[in-house]
Design a protein around this ligand. Structure first.
Ligand SMILES: [Zn+2]
Length: 501
């Protein structure tokens, strides 16, 4: 007889930094790169824009908009935002730029979630975006462009926002570091060749065209001058310390390019495979050039970017540790108290949990400002994995507990039929059209949230999915002044007011 040994292994992953190959391309097109390069040229002509590094960190705000379908499903987990911004900060560290979390917003809109590049998705996105003139706005959707599946992410210079497919938000900072490069006035290193394919059987042209606009083809020779001006300053991306690149990376498999392309003088190319603005997307990206960094510093200092500098960010001290003493106290299947010790300098915690039994865990996650909560909506006799992560806006690199577990009991504590109790209901206005609904609920429930103007006109009405425990729900509001709200179910309602300025 075989003696069977059952080992109960907690085999569940909360996701980790994965550096799988990136297959796809940037959706910031030729026309957009043209506008971006024009801005870079204008900034460079403006001698008042300082590009030297002083040692003072520039804190740049980012608003993340995590979209889901109308019913709230499909949203990327909050922890991915922390991993993403942590990685991007590592890439920008030598530029004295540190991105911080201005806000993480839940947006339930199927149009944006399914295709932010569709007509409806675009309109819905613009409607939200116009209310957030306080940071770089990054929309995360299931895909970046529904009709062009290879698009990983893009920057829209007209709307001045970024869009990314959810798979690119996480511990893969390079795709969004590239898009932020566009945001800060960098064109592709191969600018001009977006819609022209190099033909090795033909002589290399001296100019290529984008929508009828001529772009000078860059030469291998860095010292070549035209009318006393370095050719590399006015051709392609406009930088002399990025090598000539005729879109060598597109479709090339590897990080050491070889190919038949030669410049108009017949000299073979040697593109910068590791430059973040190139198209060598198979994990080749490592750096920006010094001229690119100077252009980004000038763009940050420009009047067009004054809104990034409008609110001085007081950096918060580092969050050094994961939450200590994480505990799950099981009173019954419908009452599991979760708590942990407050972490010095942490302002927020992400609580994640999922049943271990599922092959594809369905994670639930909440952003909390308190250090305890109660689950009341669990399945009987089920093993759950959970984890808590501490962070603050300036220090997003996640500090997480180990993955913990509890097995729920089969017996309840008779709270199933209790009436909904809400406590600590408040609305916190955080400036620039953003507010947060905070409340504590004894059970999960769908509530109606109505917003009224001061003269009683109904402005919006929506369902809020309240979770048992602490809730923190981010919203935006059009306009300023006094607003009234009402939170209700069929039995009761709570109302209040807040002031938006
Ligand atoms: Zn790009």
């Amino acid at each position: 007889m075989y003696k069977l040994l059952f080992i109960n292994i907690l085999f569940i992953t909360f996701g980790s930094y994965s550096y799988t190959q990136t297959h796809g391309f940037c959706g910031t097109g030729a026309q957009e790169n043209h506008l971006i390069r024009e801005r870079m040229f204008q900034n460079r002509e403006n001698k008042s824009l300082n590009s030297t590094r002083s040692g003072a960190i520039k804190y740049v705000p980012i608003n993340y908009f995590l979209t889901a379908k109308n019913d709230g499903t499909g949203r990327l987990r909050y922890i991915k935002v922390l991993e993403n911004i942590c990685d991007i900060n590592r890439i920008y560290a030598d530029q004295e730029i540190s991105f911080y979390i201005r806000s993480i917003n839940d947006v339930n809109n199927t149009f944006i979630y399914d295709d932010p590049s569709s007509t409806f998705g675009f309109a819905a996105l613009n409607n939200i975006e116009k209310n957030y003139n306080n940071g770089i706005n990054l929309f995360v959707a299931s895909k970046a462009n529904g009709s062009s599946q290879g698009v990983l992410a893009f920057y829209n210079p007209t709307g001045d926002y970024l869009v990314s497919e959810s798979a690119q938000v996480g511990g893969k900072g390079y795709v969004l570091a590239h898009e932020i490069g566009h945001f800060l006035s960098l064109a592709h290193t191969f600018y001009g060749w977006e819609s022209t394919t190099y033909d090795c059987s033909q002589a290399c042209p001296t100019e290529v065209f984008i929508g009828g606009v001529s772009v000078k083809v860059e030469y291998f020779d860095r010292e070549l001058t035209v009318n006393g001006k370095k050719h590399c300053l006015i051709s392609a991306d406009g930088f002399c310390d990025t090598q000539a690149d005729y879109n060598c990376g597109f479709g090339f498999n590897g990080c050491v390019w070889s190919g038949c392309m030669v410049d108009p003088d017949g000299k073979g190319l040697n593109p910068d495979e590791k430059n973040i603005m190139s198209y060598f997307l198979n994990n080749c990206h490592e750096f920006f050039s010094e001229e690119q960094k100077a252009a980004m510093a000038r763009d940050y200092a420009s009047s067009a970017r004054s809104y990034l500098r409008a609110t001085a960010h007081t950096p918060l001290p580092p969050v050094e540790n994961a939450p200590g003493n994480p505990t799950a106290l099981i009173n019954g299947f419908n009452s599991v108290n979760i708590k942990w010790d407050a972490v010095p300098n942490a302002t927020h915690y992400i609580l994640e949990y999922a049943p271990v039994s599922l092959s594809t865990p369905q994670f639930k996650n909440h952003i909390l400002q308190r250090t305890d909560t109660t689950f009341t909506n669990l399945t009987k006799g089920t093993k759950y994995a959970w984890r808590v992560t501490a962070y603050n806006a300036t220090n997003p690199c996640p500090k997480s507990t180990a993955i913990l577990s509890f097995t729920n009991s089969n017996f309840g504590v008779g709270t199933n039929d209790t009436e909904l109790e809400l406590s600590d209901v408040s609305i916190q206005y955080s400036g620039l059209n953003q507010y947060t609904i905070n409340l504590f609920a004894n059970k999960s429930e769908l509530l109606q949230f109505n917003l009224y103007s001061v003269d009683g006109k109904l402005l919006s009405s929506e369902n809020l999915n309240i979770q048992a425990g602490a809730n923190s729900i981010r919203k935006y509001v059009d306009g300023t002044g006094l607003f009234l709200f009402q939170l209700s179910n069929s039995q009761r309602s709570i109302s209040g007011k807040f002031f938006a300025y």
